[in-house]
Design a binder for this molecule. Structure first.
Ligand code: F6P
Length: 336
């Protein structure tokens, strides 16, 4: 069996660990041939690939980014849906000419949607969920998330001392796309005073009131963690909250946008092992020819679900999430 591996969408820590997990299991345990497809789904259009052997898959476990390169898949999905320039046929022909029996697609929500389209076109596809946002539907966890939460938490930790010294409010914007998972987990782990999630919304007067309350209780500084997906009149949430909180409370307020530092660099040990387990399970599905599925984590175990069940859905933070309820019991403000 000859399998291809591609990574698509925004990069995140743990993709290389997955490539290694899939590739080494395929080569060493199942005796398959393995190729890496470059630049996401684009590589299936340009037939851009490299042959992997054990040596080429060594030394990448702890490496950030993706050795295969990546590209955003939205444009390709649109072209596929409209079958622009017979794109579906081109991909089918290339898949055959590249000698592929199956392709493992590592990516987030968009990637799983495109993977499902390719599967419906008759290609043998396995999806592996990847995202720092933790918003892929159908899996309890995605690798990249733990690393991003670690990075964001360390940054929030560092903001406490400067906020306290200057008696300021610090507004920290974290990634997460439309979901608040990073804000919730890093905010709680970093001891934030206010945590704003797209799923819960906010009342700015109540946010200001909470900050003033703290100040009246002798806590002259506050840390406000805001998810990038929170809806505000400004383009970026920090551009709205920083001046509005300063005006509303009279307390000097500063902003920090953590941005791409959250998805760059080495994966945490947890993400390395998660990626390795998901990659290994993807190879088992290949070997048993269970195609059209995405590997996932359910509780403690690796599992898989049909790609068509995943495609087009988003896993957001449930308002009743235990960490939110516990935060509220400890006086942390969640926007309202
Ligand atoms: O999905 C991962 C993510 O890092 C989001 O948190 C963020 O909104 C987005 O990607 C940024 O992506 P881009 O690489 O397109 O700027």
């Amino acid at each position: 069996m000859k399998i291809g591996i591609l990574s698509s969408g925004g990069d995140c820590p743990g993709i290389n660990a997955t490539i290694r997990g899939v590739g080494k299991t395929a080569l060493m345990h199942y005796g398959m041939e393995v190729v890496g497809i470059h630049s996401g789904f684009t590589g299936l259009i340009t037939k851009d690939m490299e042959v992997f052997n054990e040596r080429s898959l060594s030394g990448i476990l702890n490496l950030g980014g993706t050795i295969l390169g990546t590209s955003r898949e939205k444009g390709i999905r649109k072209r596929l849906r409209n079958n622009e320039n017979d794109l579906a046929d081109t991909i089918r022909t290339n898949y055959r000419e590249m000698g592929l029996d199956a392709v493992v697609c590592i990516g987030g929500n968009g990637t799983q949607k495109t993977a499902n389209l390719l599967s419906q076109m008759g290609l043998n596809i396995i999806g592996v969920p990847k995202t720092i946002d933790n918003d892929v539907w159908g899996t309890d966890l995605s690798f990249g998330f733990d690393t991003a939460v670690n990075i964001a938490t360390e940054s929030i930790d560092r903001l406490h001392s400067t906020a306290s010294s200057h008696k300021r409010v610090m507004v920290v914007e974290v990634m997460g796309h439309h979901a608040g998972w990073i804000a919730l987990h890093a905010g709680m782990a970093g001891g934030a005073d206010v945590i704003l999630l797209p799923e819960l919304g906010y009342d700015i007067d109540k946010v200001n009131e909470a900050i003033l309350n703290r100040s009246q209780k002798g806590k002259p500084y506050s840390i406000v963690v805001v998810a990038e997906g929170v809806n505000t009149p400004a383009k970026r949430p920090v551009d709205y909250f920083t001046p509005t909180i300063e005006q509303g409370t009279g307390i000097e307020t500063r902003e920090t946008v953590l941005g791409y530092t959250q998805r760059g660099g080495n994966p945490s040990p947890f993400d390395r092992n998660l990626a390795t387990r998901l990659g290994g399970h993807a190879t088992e599905l290949l070997a048993s020819r269970q195609f059209g599925r995405m590997v996932c984590i359910k509780g403690e175990h690796v599992d898989s679900i049909p790609l068509e069940e995943v495609a087009g859905k988003l896993k957001i933070v449930p308002p009743q999430h235990e960490l939110i309820q516990q935060g509220k019991r400890m006086g942390i403000m969640f926007g309202r």
